[in-house]
Design a protein around this ligand. Structure first.
Ligand SMILES: [Zn+2]
Length: 516
């Protein structure tokens, strides 16, 4: 459903002009602060004891509704009605046996490649499609959802918003270039923990709250007929993700759920107690085959609707452009902008849609850069791969950073004007200048044909053959989608343990059409 789009790079975000999510977020924080002030006494639904709570039930409901609207517009709901229904059905069964069955529970799979699940007060539970790919059966799904329900039923208070650290300049860029988003809690796509740039993803619960949510998850799972081992199994898998050095895809579960390995042991005791009391433990559901059948075919990694990173290239089939960032740079695809960063350095490249498109390019450049506080040093009308452009060098004295250099191209492609440029302190800029020039001149329009060939990677089911190893399977299916070690983790195996012939496992099939 392509439509003209000026505000956001994420295709779907076109439905939220002006990006209301940002002001929602500010209001959300205000609501949280207010709720803290308005703390009173109430009965905890889980413990039954009177305690200090920070939100009335109506405040909780209001907060939930606001956050839900924000999450849906900013992160997007994964378009797969059958999958949504399936997850909701599992969730509703668990919620019905929880301590707060009467909340307006809502369970949503969001269209994000990161591995995470989170709960919002009021009964709103979200799972990323990235997480679903890492779960191995319905009992694990019930475990994750039960855990998140536990945070809501036990009314765990929000302890802290953690924000992306070490990306000061990035935050600054965000403040400069993304209109209507000040104050913000982390620029999308900047720093290690800001991949999705959504404050709610960084709500952090305390260690005790996590343990309690694990226990409640196991309790709700067994009460609704699922094997409570699923809680420990999913924690173990998520812990393995933590152990890998490949941190692409953060912020993930880890950013919000501390010490999974520790908690595996913690929940094991509760699970054994629950099983000892169960009437017929052998009747508890695991439903591996059913679960795999449900998630077969879901998108894995970037969704072409939002632009994909393939090799060194960022391709946006919906908006029909492609470009290359400097080699080795980390690329983060946020809702309002795509940001690449030289690892460990405060040197960035940024791509976003210019807001002012009713002028010629020189005038557009002048207006945008002036509004962002920059002064033009030099600029010329130019051409980039046949597209008209205006390329300039700009400077700005930034408090705490010093003189900052920006080399920015304004490129007209179709009905949009793209702002694509580099930002660094003046010394740093000299080091990246050559790469930046190459990047700017890599911007090109994608042909319809080329755009049509970009397909998302998808989860597939695979029967292990004789002599197969994670290595050989990854090789055969497409090692560029997920490496062997990740494949093992996705399937609930430690990396040093091989699958057995006949095992049915998940793999990730590359979406790219095979080369002719
Ligand atoms: Zn949790």
């Amino acid at each position: 459903m392509p439509r003209p789009q000026r505000i956001a790079l994420h295709h779907r975000a076109a439905t939220c002009p002006g990006c209301p999510g940002r002001s929602h977020r500010a209001r959300l924080l205000a609501a949280l602060l207010l709720a803290t002030v308005a703390a009173g006494c109430a009965t905890n639904p889980v413990t039954g004891s009177r305690e200090l709570v920070f939100m009335s039930e109506s405040q909780e409901a209001e907060l939930g509704r606001e956050a839900d609207a924000q999450i849906r517009s900013e992160m997007g709901v994964y378009e797969d009605a059958a999958l949504q229904e399936y997850v909701a059905a599992v969730g509703n069964r668990l919620a019905a046996v929880s301590h707060r069955p009467d909340l307006p529970w809502q369970f949503t799979v969001i269209d994000s490649p990161v591995v995470n699940a989170f709960a919002v007060p009021g009964g709103y539970i979200y799972l990323t499609r990235g997480l679903l790919a890492y779960l191995n059966d319905e009992a694990e799904l019930a475990g994750v959802i039960g855990h998140e329900i536990g945070h809501v039923t036990a009314r765990h208070s929000v302890q802290a918003y953690s924000r992306a650290a070490g990306a000061q300049m990035g935050l600054l860029l965000g403040q400069i270039f993304v209109p209507g988003m000040r104050p913000r809690y982390g620029a999308p796509g900047l720093g290690d923990a800001a991949g999705q740039g959504l404050g709610l993803l960084f709500l952090k619960f305390g260690r005790d709250d996590e343990r309690q949510a694990d226990r409640l998850g196991a309790e709700y799972a067994i009460a609704s007929g699922w094997d409570p081992h699923g809680v420990g199994d999913m924690l173990r898998t998520l812990g393995r993700i933590a152990d890998t050095t490949d941190r692409r895809g953060t912020p993930n579960w880890l950013a919000t759920h501390p010490e999974p390995a520790d908690r595996v042991a913690g929940v094991a005791g509760s699970v054994e107690t629950l099983l000892a009391e169960a009437a017929d433990p052998s009747a508890l559901r695991v439903n591996r085959a059913g679960y795999l059948g449900r998630i077969e075919g879901i998108v894995h990694g970037d969704n072409p609707e939002q632009g994909v990173v393939r090799g060194g290239e960022f391709l946006h089939p919906a908006l029909r452009f492609a470009l290359e960032f400097p080699p080795g740079w980390e690329v983060h695809n946020g809702a309002e902008m795509v940001v690449a960063r030289e690892p460990g350095q405060d040197r960035y490249m940024l791509l976003q849609l210019a807001q002012e498109t009713g002028y010629d390019l020189q005038r557009t450049a002048e207006r945008e850069m002036t509004a962002a506080g920059f002064v033009e040093v030099q600029g010329t009308p130019s051409e980039v791969n046949g597209l008209s452009a205006y390329i300039g060098t700009y400077t700005q004295d930034v408090r705490g950073v010093g003189p900052m250099i920006a080399r920015v191209a304004f490129i007209r492609s179709g009905s949009s004007v793209y702002l694509f440029g580099a930002f660094a302190d003046s010394d740093g800029y000299r080091l990246i200048e050559r790469d930046v020039q190459a990047s700017i001149h890599s911007f090109r329009q994608l042909s319809r044909d080329e755009a049509d060939r970009i397909r998302p990677n998808r989860v597939a089911v695979y029967r292990v053959g004789d002599g197969d190893t994670w290595q050989s399977i990854a090789q055969r299916v497409g090692a560029e989608t997920v490496p062997a070690a990740t494949l093992a983790i996705m399937n609930g195996f430690p990396a040093n343990e091989q699958p057995l012939p006949g095992d049915v496992i998940k793999v990730v099939q590359p979406g790219r059409e095979p080369a002719p």
